[in-house]
Design a protein around this ligand. Structure first.
Ligand code: HEM
Length: 226
């Protein structure tokens, strides 16, 4: 039971870390849109074309992420069940209110993120919601990812949904990074304080940068053409 609990926590932490790595890289690539219709378009389209020209890299990363996501979700469910079954019968005292709130929040935000990722893939990767986005080409004949992102976020409902989703991501990251550091064996009061500050900082920066992409497009700060 204890072994299974520890193994599950470690798997959730490692897969979480893999996904944090992806989100950091993905944010760094997407903020290129702030550079505008000339430089921004050229860089983000070159980045996307570069990835597509490396099928081994892109499929390796995709498979790694899908496996990480499945393991993360399944072992989170297992942990929740293990925690429930280890509670004494008649457990009424709620001095764990904060912990309960945090874990319920994590589950809720996690589900919002999962729902968001499914929509996001249909929106920008698979061409399900807007098949016309897949046809956009720039003057060098590359997929015009810049125009796709800008056109996509000119829709206020879509932009609002993205903002809400990245706020959920921020809360999930904030708590997730702290638990991950604890699970991976780092402890001690001063280290926990530092971890808390770092996880707050990382999640706030990621949330603000990602949320500012749809917001700046919606308010015309980032435009389709010069
Ligand atoms: C405003 C925020 C975001 C923007 C502008 C954005 C933009 C994009 C774009 C343009 C693509 C398609 C790339 C291409 O076709 O070359 C993409 C793919 C993807 N995005 Fe995002 N993204 C955002 C947030 C997120 C977040 C928060 C997550 C995860 C929690 C995420 C996960 C993914 C995944 C998994 C893919 C598929 C990658 C692949 O297999 O090709 N994105 N995103």
């Amino acid at each position: 039971m204890v072994n299974s609990l520890i193994m599950s926590k470690i798997l959730v932490a490692i897969t979480g870390l893999m996904m944090v790595g992806f989100v950091l890289g993905h944010t760094a690539a997407n903020i290129l849109v702030f550079l505008g219709p000339d430089l921004g378009r050229d860089l983000i389209n070159a980045y996307a074309a570069g990835l597509k020209a490396n099928p081994l890299l892109i499929w390796g990363a995709r498979i790694g992420l899908i496996v990480a996501l499945i393991v993360h979700v399944l072992f989170t469910i297992k942990l929740t069940m293990l925690n429930k079954s280890s509670k004494p019968i008649g457990y009424k005292v709620t001095n764990t209110k904060r912990a309960n709130f945090a874990s319920k929040g994590m589950a809720l935000f996690g589900m919002v993120i999962l729902f968001f990722v499914i929509y996001h893939l249909m929106h920008y990767t698979l061409g399900v919601t807007n098949p016309e986005f897949m046809e956009l080409l720039d003057d060098k004949g590359r997929h015009d990812v810049y125009s796709m992102v800008v056109t996509g976020f000119q829709n206020p409902v879509v932009s609002l949904f993205y903002v809400l989703a990245v706020v959920a991501l921020g809360f999930h990251l904030k708590h997730g990074i702290q638990s991950m550091v604890q699970t991976l064996g780092f402890s001690g009061n001063s280290l926990m304080q530092k971890t808390k500050r770092l996880s707050n900082l990382v999640s706030i920066i990621i949330t603000l940068l990602l949320a500012f992409i749809p917001v700046s497009i919606l308010f015309g700060l980032v435009k389709l053409g010069a």
